[in-house]
Write a protein that binds this ligand. Structure first.
Ligand code: G3I
Length: 387
């Protein structure tokens, strides 16, 4: 990208004038196409060779802001997830106001480039993650209130899953609803939704999604199962018990979404994680890696060192995921470091070494160059068994 074309900074991306967009886009494409075939294919090509779908999470505003970035997404991804644009608060900020424009733009982008879409997420039943008006309605209480609440949740799922029925290949139907610290025997996270409905809201969500999106894979998505801290080991058991219970009640869950926000300062025990994945698969469930990235804030700021460690951790992790043939999908939470939520206000962590260096969680750097992590991922796909 020529410096003369740069006119400003937006969302961590350089924005460019019309001429600059063209120049930048061509430069990017020629960069991708330089070299020999196998070295320059996007990650989706390496994944697809083994029957796996690779992709990244995106936001509509970022796709619109940079043709170079949009081109990279189309080049690398077979599937995209809406990082925020399909969340309930974004789609229905008020009971009578629906705002699907950004989500529509993501689906239109996917259609234009022949990409699949993962839906994230129908119900994130955690206080503060549902629309404010819905949580207020839940708090207002009473049996009539509970019925109204159920009607709102069901209408939301029907509208959203129905609207994108053709585009969405898998839906995170329920997100992050297990929390050991809440002290319930069934492991469920306490929320206004749980208080009013009881645990049956989860069954209702999956059954409604099944009707509205008959062809999509229905996923339970959660974090904290990947590494070796005691609460994470405990969470694996919670997830397994939860999924077993759903299956035994005939709830139509079809896959577990392993979020995989990997922590740089924690051990990764390949053997016990592989056992966990095998147990998920033995329940007859598929596995989707849904939000892969690395949190490097505890590592030294030196870029070479962080990139080396990030690549190594991701490769070890993916080797285990991909050795399990039930794993169908790998999605990173963004594609490049500049757009990662980890570098946004409100999410940035204070680095252990006191420096203010931005996080480097993803396979592309701020200039959309492939990092060692990209090569580690390509290798992991190449070394994986076919499915
Ligand atoms: O877009 C609005 C903007 O208009 C407004 O002015 C601003 C003021 O707060 O907020 C902006 O919305 C923010 C949104 O991200 C878009 O950037 C929200 O405040 C912010 O809370 C939201 O954070 C997202 C978070 O989920 C909560 O929804 C992160 O970007 C997103 O990366 C993160 O993703 C989650 C997954 O959904 C579930 N798993 C964990 C993962 C990481 O936390």
């Amino acid at each position: 990208m020529s410096d003369a074309s740069v006119t400003g900074e937006k969302h961590g991306l350089r924005t460019v004038d019309r001429r600059g967009l063209l120049v930048g886009g061509l430069a990017l494409l020629s960069g991708i196409q330089a070299g020999s075939g196998a070295e320059t294919a996007g990650l989706k090509t390496f994944a697809a060779a083994k029957g796996v779908r690779f992709g990244g999470a995106v936001q509509a505003r970022d796709l619109a802001a940079s043709a170079a970035y949009a081109g990279l997404v189309a080049q690398e991804c077979a599937v995209i997830t809406a990082e925020n644009d399909m969340k309930w608060p974004a789609l229905q900020p008020e009971p009578d106001r629906r705002t699907p424009e950004a989500a529509d733009r993501i689906v239109a982008f996917a259609r234009a480039h022949g990409l699949a879409v993962r839906g994230h997420t129908l119900v994130w039943g955690q206080d503060g993650r549902m629309p404010k008006w819905f949580e207020a309605m839940a708090r207002s209480g009473g049996p009539a209130g509970a019925r109204a609440l159920e009607a709102q949740m069901v209408a939301h799922i029907r509208d959203l899953a129905g609207r994108y029925r053709e585009a969405i290949v898998s839906w995170d139907v329920v997100n992050e609803t297990l929390e050991a610290r809440d002290g319930r025997g069934d492991g469920l996270r306490r929320s206004v939704l749980l208080d009013v409905f009881g645990p049956s809201w989860i069954d209702v969500a999956f059954r409604t999604a099944r009707d509205a999106a008959p062809d999509a894979t229905l996923v339970y998505n959660d974090y904290g199962t990947e590494q070796a801290k005691p609460w994470k080991v405990q969470k694996r058991t919670m997830v397994l018990r939860f999924l077993e219970a759903l299956k035994s009640r005939g709830v139509p869950v079809q896959a577990f979404g392993v979020q995989a926000h990997l922590a740089g300062d924690e051990a990764f025990d390949a053997r016990s994680f592989a056992t966990f994945l095998r147990e998920i698969a033995s329940l007859g469930l598929a596995i989707e890696v849904t939000e892969l990235d690395v949190d490097d804030h505890t590592w030294p700021a030196d870029i070479g060192e962080r990139d080396r460690r990030g690549a190594e951790l991701i490769e070890r992790f993916l080797d285990v995921c991909l050795a399990e043939r039930a794993t169908t999908t790998v999605v990173t939470w963004g594609l490049g470091d500049a757009l990662s939520y980890q570098n946004r206000p409100g999410w940035r962590k204070v680095r252990s070494d006191g420096s203010t260096a931005p996080a480097r969680p993803l396979p592309f750097d701020a200039e959309w160059r492939r990092k060692p992590m990209w090569h580690a991922m390509a290798r992991a796909f190449q070394n994986a068994p076919a499915r």
